[in-house]
Design a protein around this ligand. Structure first.
Ligand code: ZN
Length: 166
């Protein structure tokens, strides 16, 4: 699977709800897990692999939380605020500090279409909010200060130029 990078319009589109829970969906999730691990990410959303569907996979690799695929997520409760560093597989080389809710409750579905509910805090909450943003065409650089955003975008252009001349 090819990971889509900043500049690809699919990253800026609102993804569509998943309505069919079939083997094709489960294979897609498996391929997304593979791509996430291959690229050493902790989360990957449909649009990042060019699929405009509301699903993401995540694995923050701590002892308490397992790898999960989440379909049609909705964040129903948010509490507190915390600043933390974020990166994104669609913006390799960029890191920014983003303020997110500290604790959240998310509802959605699993790959069989059964309802799921996840209560999350800290890194897991951050990961879910970051991935859910992707489904609405929002990237973490949209949530940093305007000055930082400008710096990140100029660094991005520089990295792209370097990659082109390599
Ligand atoms: Zn991301």
């Amino acid at each position: 699977m090819e990971i889509r990078l900043l500049g690809d319009p699919v990253l800026r589109q609102r993804a569509e709800p998943v309505e069919v829970f079939d083997d094709e969906l489960r294979q897609l999730a498996q391929d997304m897990f593979d791509a996430m691990y291959e690229n050493e990410g902790i989360g990957l959303a449909g649009p990042q692999v060019g699929v405009g569907k509301r699903l993401f996979v995540m694995d923050i690799r701590d002892e308490e939380s397992e790898p999960r695929a989440v379909v049609n997520p909705v964040v129903i409760e948010e509490e507190g605020a915390e600043r933390g560093e974020e990166g994104c597989l669609s913006l390799p080389g960029l890191v920014g500090v983003v303020e997110r809710s500290k604790r959240i409750v998310m509802e959605g579905q699993d790959l069989e279409g059964s309802p799921i509910r996840i209560e999350a805090s800290d890194l897991l909450a951050r990961c879910i909010l970051h991935e859910t943003d992707h489904l609405d065409g929002v990237l973490f650089i949209d949530r940093v200060s305007p000055i930082k955003r400008k710096l990140l975008l100029s660094k991005w252009k520089k990295l792209q130029r370097e990659a082109a001349t390599r």
